[in-house]
Design a protein around this ligand. Sequence first.
Ligand SMILES: NC(=O)c1ccc[n+]([C@@H]2O[C@H](COP(=O)([O-])OP(=O)(O)OC[C@H]3O[C@@H](n4cnc5c(N)ncnc54)[C@H](O)[C@@H]3O)[C@@H](O)[C@H]2O)c1
Length: 252
Amino acid sequence: MRLVEDQVAVITGAGSGIGRTTAKTFADQGASVVVADVDTDGGEATVDAITDDGGEATFVHADVSDSADAEGMIETAVSEFGGIDVLFNNAAIEGPVSRLDEYDNDAFEQVIDVNLKGVWYGMKYGIEAMLADDGGSIISASSIGGEVAVPQYSGYGAAKAAVSQLTKYAAIEYAEEGIRANAIAPGIVRTEMIERTIDEHPEMEAQFEETEPMPGLADPEEIANAVLFLGSDLSSRVTGVTLPVEGGYLAQ
Ligand SMILES: NC(=O)c1ccc[n+]([C@@H]2O[C@H](COP(=O)([O-])OP(=O)(O)OC[C@H]3O[C@@H](n4cnc5c(N)ncnc54)[C@H](O)[C@@H]3O)[C@@H](O)[C@H]2O)c1
């Protein structure tokens, strides 16, 4: 028996990196997946990869920071697949690498819009649909930067800390109604986001390689498997936590 057989999962930012790999993992494990992203080419490529492997997926163009788009991606799950069981609020942007006094104001607002407001909208409309059905599991992407201060990431880190806090609120407000809410806190994962940062700041590559006590960078599959655990009944008594997936970084 596959772990999320006949479940419906909405995954934001599934056109790249962790989101794409998680979408494939959920489809492999029996879920129908709504691939939501602002990047149409990336999102459609994820859908093609899933359907080529015999899985079920559909793409919806959605900017998670736009309430109508966020509502629309949840409605797509209901109209195309009959409901929603799992929501992975994964979409985010890294924002500038910059100390606070030099951090651009518009960039700060954009980071908060996508990384915090986007998760809040996802929760709001996802919970509404889950309440109308038989509950579900919400997983949101936080980061080690939301748990401890990582220099030059103040906007990103503040949004990620808020994601972990929102997760606790969602967990306790809906615990009696069959909705679980958890977050993950990855360390450094080999994705397009990290490749972009290395392209702009080549000196950071060596620093990234040495960040986690476990050697090297994480593979997206290692994060996807943690999301699968939190999205499936394997974690049926787990709610309100932020699960570190960071090679021991936060244990130091
Ligand atoms: N890569 C890492 O090292 C790392 C570490 C900790 C946490 N994370 C978190 O994991 C998540 C995934 O990161 P990734 O490394 O796969 O990033 P990525 O840049 O490879 O993928 C992010 C995806 O989100 C999409 N996206 C961006 N803004 C959007 C919006 N407004 N609406 C909808 N989609 C949007 C992008 O188009 C892209 O497809 C993020 O929340 C990130 O903060 C990543």
